[in-house]
Write a protein that binds this ligand. Structure first.
Ligand SMILES: [Zn+2]
Length: 397
């Protein structure tokens, strides 16, 4: 996934906003239909049925007919993928979309001639009913199969091309790594490296607090309020960009350095429970940590796992997370008491001591390496995670 800043002219922006409006309308229609569905009732309309209904809706509404059928159909497709993710328990249920909040639409069947470079820093992409729109050529663009155009809350437009992901060559060293979603840090590696998802800096956080106060004081509908709101959105967008960059860099780095990558097999719902569980032994800043975990959960962890599987297909192993944090990596003794506190593991059996998250990461590494060896030997321990390629699915974060 590569994202570029899109620079539409004012006239183009009007049409882009119309596309967003159509996509939102179709999406919300689908949300409505599925909202009435209950388990055990007749099935909610599937994709094919909804496409048929879309054709009817277009016939009845000139407003929709004037728009792009691709935009509208893909909104339906995005919705069905979102429902599939929801039933797969990796995502929350798709909800109603509101105007002005991370809007976007997707274009498929992109031909090689639909993206071109104008100069060193300027490219153009052809968007149905809009024409050629400029974007900042900040990196090389691979051969795109589809792309998604988004407008964030700060009013910035982006285009993200879905490129057939280039998997990264395995180093061929048999090196294995375990990645633990830490409580104290964002992620711990079995190599003892501790990774932190970048957040806003101290000065930025202070500014955010000031802005939020100003927002609370500003008169509804006033110019000042709109201005402060935009400034808040810009800060949030900056934070989101940093997270995305972090995920890309971290996944590339791990895929390059290790043959076997073990990660916790945590469904988002299970992770939420785990976060609560850690609060049973509350320390200082527990609320903040809970907040941090929620942030990782929503934006970083799932994305990191998905990108690892894109970049290192067949080399990522999802490991049952039970006991990884209570098992001593040195002697394999399992005891809750060994987890002295959030940060320190101190084995009650052999006195082995380690950073608690690193100890867990090592356990994950060992299990993953075991699976990988068994798979090579043909033992039925289960294969690497089979995931449908998701590159052309919902791509906003
Ligand atoms: Zn031990």
């Amino acid at each position: 996934m590569s994202r570029y800043r899109l620079h539409p002219s004012p006239a183009q922006e009007a049409t882009l906003l119309e596309h967003c409006g159509h996509a939102r309308y179709v999406w919300n229609l689908a949300v409505e239909q599925h909202a009435h569905w209950q388990p055990g009732r007749t099935p909610a309309p599937g994709f094919a049925e909804q496409c048929r209904q879309l054709t009817e809706a277009r016939a009845a509404s000139p407003w929709l007919t004037a728009g792009s059928i691709i935009v509208q159909q893909q909104a339906l497709k995005d919705f069905h993928q979102a429902m599939a993710n929801f039933f797969g328990t990796t995502h929350r249920r798709p909800t109603w979309r509101r105007r002005g909040r991370s809007e976007g639409f997707r274009i498929v069947a992109v031909k090689p001639g639909d993206v071109r470079r104008l100069s060193r820093k300027v490219g153009q992409v052809r968007i149905p009913k809009v024409g050629w729109v400029r974007f900042r050529w900040s990196r090389p663009v691979g051969e795109a199969k589809s792309f998604r155009v988004t407008r964030d809350a700060a009013g910035r437009w982006h285009v993200a091309f879905a490129i057939v992901p280039v998997s990264i060559a395995t180093p061929g060293t048999d090196a294995a790594v375990g990645v633990d979603r830490g409580v104290v840090v964002s992620a711990a590696l079995s190599t003892s490296e501790l990774l932190t998802v970048p957040a806003l800096g101290e000065a930025e956080k202070k500014r955010l607090v000031r802005l939020q106060r100003a927002l609370a004081r500003a008169k509804p509908g006033s110019k000042r309020r709109a201005k402060v709101k935009a400034a808040v959105a810009r800060l949030r967008a900056r934070e989101g960009d940093r997270r995305k960059d972090w995920v890309e860099q971290t996944s590339t780095d791990l895929a390059r350095r290790f043959d076997v990558i073990g990660i916790e097999d945590l469904k988002v719902s299970a992770m939420t429970r785990a976060a609560k569980g850690t609060l049973e032994a509350p320390g200082r800043n527990v609320r903040q940590k809970a907040g941090l975990n929620r942030g990782i959960l929503a934006n970083g962890w799932g994305r990191l796992a998905a990108r690892l599987e894109d970049k290192a297909p067949g080399r990522v192993w999802k490991v049952d997370p039970r006991y990884t944090s209570q098992t001593c990596n040195a002697c394999k003794h399992i005891a809750r008491e060994s987890r002295e506190n959030q940060a320190l593991f101190s084995c009650v059996a052999c006195k082995h001591r380690d950073h608690a998250d690193v100890n867990a990461a090592k356990n994950i590494r060992d299990t993953a390496a075991g699976h990988a060896v068994a798979a090579r030997g043909g033992l039925p321990l289960g294969g690497p995670v089979n995931r449908e390629p998701q590159r052309d699915l919902l791509l906003t974060g």
